[in-house]
Design a protein around this ligand. Sequence first.
Ligand code: SIN
Ligand code: NI
Length: 268
Amino acid sequence: MPDQTAVQTPITQAHIDFYRENGFVQVDNMITSPELAELREYLEEAMQSDGERAVRTDKQGGLYYRVLNQKVNLWRDHAGLGRYTAHPRFAESARLLTGAAGMRLFHDHGLWKMPGDSKATPWHQDTPYWPVNEANPGMMSLWLTLDDVDERNGCMAFVPKSNRLGKLKGIDLASPQNIFDYVEGGQTDAHKPVVVPLKAGSCTFHDGLTFHYAHANATDRPRRVLAIIYAPDGVTYSGDPHVVTDGAGLEKDRPIAGPRFPLLARKS
Ligand code: SIN
Ligand code: NI
């Protein structure tokens, strides 16, 4: 048996406590400067090339493109990028924050907020879009920025503890409803957002039920983000349509598993 060396992560007990209390957390310096340079190169290649497996969700000029230039499952076309998507440091960080016994990849995606006629990413939860049976699956996203971000170019904001409000309706991201209309009392002080500017190479993690938003990009350069979505081992497939599970050989009501959804971190 090879030695099982513990995976090193930047996650502290303070990060874990904050995430479990608030449904999101900021983690600085998730990657080193050389990694940042390499990942920028890989992400540029993956976003700009046309492979066979990754999927663009809208074309330039589209309504959704103004919110996000998004490409899903980059790892399936770009092995170098895939090394980051499957990185044990990231997956183990996700596992530690949630306390899951094992963490699987659900998908990665490039999330670029393009300059020129940019729209904010409206307040939403992620869980309603995912084809899983559990109302609170513990699925979550790592949002790793390759550019410094603040309110001028698309940094994120979160409503602390909003993950406790349960799974609400999915928002149409291109033509949005107001998520706060679904919450008793509306947008009160109890749902005050926290804006999270970040340096390039830093990240946030957020639970799929946490309300989040990203500002429009008013600068003249793209805001480049790699996001990775993780599912705790055991979360079950609902059979609902979704770009990453359609045709992936999953069985309805059975745990999400198999080569497209690899187990990337497990409790030692
Ligand atoms: C964004 O990057 O603008 C939004 C990310 C998310 O919804 O998770
Ligand atoms: Ni989201």
